[in-house]
Design a protein around this ligand. Structure first.
Ligand SMILES: C[S@@+](CC[C@H](N)C(=O)[O-])C[C@H]1O[C@@H](n2cnc3c(N)ncnc32)[C@H](O)[C@@H]1O
Length: 329
């Protein structure tokens, strides 16, 4: 058995947004994980014929010289290593010796991978109820390149197995499925509004986010140019303001425990609005969706990422958008 640290990081691309990830990484990028792990010559003039496994494998992008922050990925493996092993028992033991929790992200060798995973502590695979407090213990990830070669990382960017989180869905209560991304953002914050907290929900209609907040017991001011669903309007904890969210002065709304935005708008408009809220000192906690049309503007992404005490992430439930999260003290 031989364990070798690999240089750089391994990124798991977002299905359909692979080009965004590749554009973020400096050349040489896009080396296949097999090549990076020394299994194929990365400079081979004749690229190896693609098998089904290799096609899936295109989702793993290896960068030996990664920038400090990469946003368009479903997960990043921060400390990758290669493990050459003889038997299934040996592979499982090597992973267990590193730490307790591991998630498989397989694209080949599915049967062998399942047998290794069976020998590791089980992962909760059922959809989660909300709210659910994420454990602090680290979760690693691994994949198999062939029957005797595993690539893994004990530290990953996403706290969810392979970057995937599924919630128990409520098909009757919320008027839109957008509630799932707010739930995910709040689980990642490891905190959420407490009963009685004042929440501003900008771009609230039809009301999925407001529904989540009201269910937590918060007092919600829902602002939108279009009215929310009738069932949301009927909730006692919800006050609706028909207004352009960006022209409502923060001082008029007063102190808020949380400010949310899912407004469809150009990112600079949202940035300017967040900066006003930050400057006002009226709120510490934010969850704001940054929506992009066509290609994402790298300069504006950097400006969101530089906002104080926040982080910009791609949630599993985000589409062509990122989420700026700040969960203050
Ligand atoms: C993606 S939807 C929000 C979905 C909502 N979060 C939910 O969970 O159901 C975007 C909303 O932004 C609203 N919107 C767009 N521009 C706005 C503005 N300047 N001020 C307020 N609302 C705006 C739209 O009317 C639309 O309802």
């Amino acid at each position: 058995m031989r364990l070798t640290p690999l240089e750089g990081r391994i990124y798991l691309a977002i299905p359909g947004l692979e080009d965004h990830l590749r554009a973020e990484l400096p050349p040489p990028e896009g080396v296949s994980v097999r090549a990076a792990a020394g299994l194929l010559p990365s400079d081979s003039a004749q690229p190896p014929a693609l098998s089904a496994g290799d096609l899936v494998n295109q989702r793993f992008v290896v960068s030996s010289n990664p920038p400090a922050e990469v946003f368009w990925c479903q997960d990043a493996w921060l400390e990758p290593f290669r493990l050459e092993f003889g038997s299934i028992n040996e592979a499982a033991r090597a992973l267990r010796d590193i730490q307790r929790n591991w998630a498989p992200v397989l694209f080949t060798q599915f049967r062998r991978g399942a047998l290794i995973q069976e020998k590791l502590p089980p992962l909760q695979s059922k959809p989660r109820p909300f709210p659910w407090l994420l454990p602090d213990s680290p979760l690693g990830a691994w994949t198999l390149l062939d029957a005797h070669t595993l690539v893994g990382s004990a530290r990953c960017e996403s706290p969810f197995p392979g970057g995937v989180i599924r919630f128990e869905e409520d098909r009757r209560g919320p008027p839109s499925r957008a509630y799932l991304k707010l739930q995910e953002a709040l689980v990642r914050c490891r905190k959420w509004p407490a009963p009685g907290d004042r929440c501003l929900d900008a771009g609230a209609s039809p009301g999925g986010w407001t529904w989540v907040l009201a269910r937590l017991g918060a007092q919600v001011t829902a602002v939108d140019r279009a009215p929310p669903d009738r069932r949301i309007l009927a909730l006692e904890a919800v006050r609706y303001l028909r207004h352009d969210a960006f022209t409502l002065p923060c001082e008029d709304l007063g102190p808020q425990d949380w400010v949310f935005s899912d407004v469809v708008c150009y990112p600079p408009r949202l940035l300017e609005w967040i900066e006003k809220w930050l400057a006002s000192g009226l709120c510490e906690n934010f969850v704001c969706t940054v929506k992009f049309q066509g290609c994402a503007d790298d300069a504006v992404i950097r400006r969101f990422a530089a906002l104080p005490a926040g982080r910009l992430v791609h949630l599993y439930h985000n589409k062509h958008e990122l989420t700026w999260i700040r969960a203050g003290g």
